[in-house]
Design a protein around this ligand. Sequence first.
Ligand SMILES: NC(=O)c1ccc[n+]([C@@H]2O[C@H](COP(=O)([O-])OP(=O)(O)OC[C@H]3O[C@@H](n4cnc5c(N)ncnc54)[C@H](OP(=O)(O)O)[C@@H]3O)[C@@H](O)[C@H]2O)c1
Length: 371
Amino acid sequence: MKKYVGFIGWRGMVGSVLMQRMIEENNFHDMHPVFFSTSHVGSEVQIVPNTRTNILQDAYDFDHLKSMDIIVTCQGADYTNCVYYKLRNIGWSGYWIDAASLLRMHQDSIIVLDPLNIDMIHLSIQKGIKTFIGSNCTVSLMLMALGGLFAKKLISWITFSTYQSASGAGSKHIFELIQQMGCLYNSVANNFNNSSFSVLDMEKKLSEVTKSTIFPVKNFLFPLAGNILPWIDSEMENGQTKEEWKVQAETNKILCSSSVIPMDGTCVRVGTFRCHSQSFIIKLKQDLSYSNIVDIIKKHNMWVKIVPNDMHSTLNLLTPNAVTGTLNVLVGRIRKLNVGLKTISVFTVGDQLLWGAAEPLRRMLMILINL
Ligand SMILES: NC(=O)c1ccc[n+]([C@@H]2O[C@H](COP(=O)([O-])OP(=O)(O)OC[C@H]3O[C@@H](n4cnc5c(N)ncnc54)[C@H](OP(=O)(O)O)[C@@H]3O)[C@@H](O)[C@H]2O)c1
């Protein structure tokens, strides 16, 4: 019998990519989907082409939610906090699949990234675990990129710098970045052919505009266009941001590490639209040859693509522009570093809305659908 699956948050950044992937893979055919909303209850929408229109259901109607076999939410942590515990308390025992971070470190939840932890996923289903959460976007992309080194237990520690796109913060932020870019352009466009307006005049004008009250910063709170923001999420007591803290915590939970692999670094928001890039310094446990390292990374999964360490390949292939909208996880700039034996650097780019968010959730849903 087909299962009833409730979708919440399907029109946000992650949710709309999830819908897109499910349509591409014809997944809706295998279930009865029910679409909920926190803002447009009663509206009619057609989500799956060539099927009947759907009337949006109330995402806070607990009786209706309780009738679902599986709930998939990409709505965010506030929604999860408001609904999840109450639903469990009133006796709902269905499967909960979530993009938000709130439940990731709970004892009775599993962080899902099946190319890395499929055995744990199957074992936990057998044990009766019902809560499956997608990991932080940089964590999933790092594990997809470096999965071979993790699987062979070759990593002593990692430091990272991330370059995270605007859409990583949600749909409102991508609109705001475009508005900021437009505002900058408009402030100087009339002077492009004005020979008395020097390049320094132009730079000064742009700088003034970003600091003025007309510059749109409602969501980011600070300018992102023409700028970078080296702080993502809330502050932890040890000086890390929550985004930085998640890397070690979630990675070791996904890998079920017997001893913690130390990881630390700096997470940075940059003015790209989609895809997260990450630079890693990795201390290996063995002094491996370059070709051995490349081979181990390449063979881990079918989505990893190695980019040769030359200028042409790197600038053509190892960028958000080249990767956006694909499931490929590009890995390049692989080098043995001069700073010490067994130390390598790696740069990787992946689509944070696909492998970093929607794709592990979609695959988890299909595992449950096919039980
Ligand atoms: N963005 C990422 O790269 C990413 C990666 C990994 C995990 N996550 C996590 O996934 C969850 C959802 O993130 P998100 O980035 O998808 O958030 P989002 O784009 O802000 O969407 C969340 C909800 O905001 C509402 N919304 C309000 N204005 C909207 C608009 N103009 N367009 C679309 N939706 C709008 C929608 O709810 P209604 O339809 O009910 O109004 C939507 O479901 C969060 O917990 C986030 O931390 C995000």
